[in-house]
Design a protein around this ligand. Structure first.
Ligand code: F6R
Length: 597
């Protein structure tokens, strides 16, 4: 949701900032811009479209030593050069990630004071506000503190001032921002991948923090007072953000799943009750669970709901965070609210977490990005071991989320007397076979063959019951987000109540059957569609069931089965999108980290 990079140091600000923006392009990519200081003056270049267009417009030989850059995911105003960042107003030039909620009223006030905006953005309003307050007080730290009081909403800003062209200011509220340091240089970035080329040492700005970066000094302020901050070290590798020979990050990340699933499970569970006790939070007191998340993380929650209800026999509510945060929620001290988020920054999930905390309900976060807002604010956090995920469409993080959630279901099942120690050991034996089973599924040749038959269709339906319905939701989302095919998932028994009218000759219907209890029922539903001409693709762990194009996956313990079922769905989506020539790692209109409502 917009990427910010700033640089001040002894190197070339232009190439450093562009390199950083490229690493952050997953956050948004409808326009990009840069502002740099040369001969004490600030120069701005902006382009609509990808960073590549901006790059082509830059003369890198100028080699300035200070600048700020931005890659945008439009919120206010269409994607265009005019609305691209940086925005300039009066004495200031700024880049922004987030949404200023009271920008309309501020705009009115500022226009009454004579400001004329040239863009449709909320960012320009913030810049004008800054300029206006600066006219009354030339102490920029004090002015930024006043700006914080006046702005409502989320923001991370990097700021240049014409009067102080050798300083970068940065501040944040609700949108992530780090300040990184190497021997001679300092950086600002929305996320760690932007700086890994140069350093792994950084400071995390908290809400309300202001940073002042000069060639020879770095200072932090909060509430107008100088503060000291702890320097952090990022432990992940730079290689993790490269493609390792795969044509797309998404494919690379799909292929990382045997390791990610293994690492995630092995970190928390070794087949013993003691490991569950030591590594997972105490769950004894809870009588019901609320799971709250968005998108794929919500789909992982739906899988967990089914597993927890089936295996541990505990009631689970799974809600989309943007709904949960505004609705009447019924919970008490015996409820555990679990929020799931790869990025740890998703605005609605964060707001839901805060709502539960305000109501004094216990919260547990399942997060990938270490130190992210959700990870820091939840009462307890369990990190998935997915590593840095670059492709906008999540794959390995989804699987890792399911892996941890399955362990939580397992612990709940033990506590509630639904399984015994022996079952834990048996499960552990199955867990040991899991990476090889995933690898075997990754190596199958079926996906391209099937994709070639259906990639030109406009609509594709996914059907399943219970856990298979939950997984089909993610299969359909994967396909639609990267291939732009209208793909929808239905509980298999529901199709005939309306949607079956959309099935016509050749419509692909992907059926998922891994739960033998509902096997025959789902088969009947699939037959209802094939009687109307559908092209059935069946994904099942029942080797003797054959319908249309069938992909047989290995049968494994129900707690682990979703980790196999999802693989063909991810690879089918990938192959279809590739055949359609789509931009797989950066699908249109999307962003990796959704820090706005
Ligand atoms: C889809 C996808 C999104 C995210 C959703 C939540 O492939 O990645 O649906 O799952 O935006 O993001 P996080 O997990 O960062 O909270």
């Amino acid at each position: 949701m917009c990427g910010i990079v700033g640089y001040i140091g002894k190197g070339n600000a232009l190439s450093t900032i562009i390199g950083g923006l490229e690493a952050l392009e997953y956050r948004g990519y409808d326009s990009a811009g840069i502002a740099y200081v040369l001969n004490q003056d600030i120069h701005i270049i902006k382009k609509q479209g990808r960073i590549e267009s901006l790059k082509n417009a830059i003369d890198f030989s100028l080699a300035p030593s200070i600048g700020i850059g931005h890659t945008r995911w439009a919120t206010h105003g269409e994607p265009s050069e005019r609305n691209a960042h940086p925005h300039a107003c009066g004495k200031f030039v700024i880049v922004h990630n987030g949404i200023i909620e009271n920008y309309q009223e501020l705009k009115k006030e500022l226009e009454e004071k004579g400001y004329r905006m040239v863009s449709d953005t909320d960012t320009e309003i913030a810049c004008a506000l800054l300029d206006y307050l600066y006219q009354e007080d030339k102490d920029i730290i004090r002015v930024l503190t006043k700006v914080q009081d006046k702005l409502r909403g989320s923001y991370a800003f990097a700021i240049l001032c014409y009067d102080q062209p050798d300083i970068i200011y940065a501040m944040r509220n609700q949108s992530p921002l780090i300040v990184a340091v190497s021997e001679n240089d300092k950086y600002i970035a929305s996320d760690v991948p932007a700086i890994l080329e140069h350093t792994n040492e950084y400071y995390l700005l908290e809400n309300g923090d202001i940073a002042m970066l000069k060639q020879n000094s770095l200072s932090f302020y909060h509430d107008g007072l100088e503060i000291s901050k702890e320097k952090l070290v990022f432990e992940g590798s730079k290689e993790a953000s490269q493609k390792d020979g795969y044509p797309h990050f998404m494919l690379k990340e799909i292929h990382e799943q045997p390791k990610v699933v293994h690492d995630t499970i092995a970190f928390y569970f070794d087949g013993t009750l003691e490991s569950l006790d030591k590594n997972l939070p105490p769950l004894d007191k809870y009588r019901n669970i609320h799971i709250v998340a968005c998108g794929s993380a919500y789909h992982a929650g739906l899988v967990a709901k089914t597993l927890m209800e089936e295996v541990a026999e505990i009631p689970v509510t799974c809600e989309i965070a943007s709904e949960y945060r505004y609705k009447n929620v019924f919970y008490d001290e015996k409820t555990l609210v679990i929020v799931i988020s790869q990025s740890g920054e998703t605005a609605d999930t964060l707001a839901s977490l805060r709502k539960a905390k305000e109501d004094h309900i216990d919260t547990l976060a399942i997060v990938n990005v270490v130190g992210s807002s959700i990870a820091r604010e939840a009462d307890q956090v369990l990190y998935i071991k997915a590593g840095c995920e670059i492709a906008v469409a999540t794959t390995k993080a989804y699987s890792a989320q399911i892996a941890i959630l399955s362990l939580l279901a397992l612990k709940l099942a033990y506590i509630r007397g639904k399984i015994n120690r022996q079952s834990l050991l048996e499960l552990q034996q199955e867990i040991e076979t899991l990476p090889d089973k995933i690898t075997e599924l990754l190596q199958r040749q079926d996906y391209l063959r099937i994709a070639e038959k259906i990639y030109q269709r406009d609509d594709i339906f996914y059907l399943g019951r219970k856990i298979d319905y939950a997984i089909s939701m993610e299969g359909a989302l994967k396909l639609k987000e990267i291939s732009y095919i209208n793909s929808v998932s239905y509980p298999a028994g529901e199709l005939k109540h309306g949607t079956i009218s959309l099935v016509e000759e050749g419509t692909p219907v992907i059926g998922i059957i891994t739960d033998s209890l509902v096997l025959e029922k789902t088969i009947s539903n699939l037959k209802e569609t094939s009687a109307r001409g559908s092209h059935i693709i069946l994904i099942t762990n029942e080797p003797d069931k054959n319908m249309g194009d069938t992909i047989v996956i290995p049968k494994i313990h129900p707690l682990l089965q979703p980790l196999l079922t999802i693989i063909p769905l991810q690879l089918l989506a990938y192959e279809i999108a590739r055949l359609r020539g789509c931009d797989i790692d950066k699908p249109r209109n999307l962003a990796k980290s959704v820090t706005v409502e």
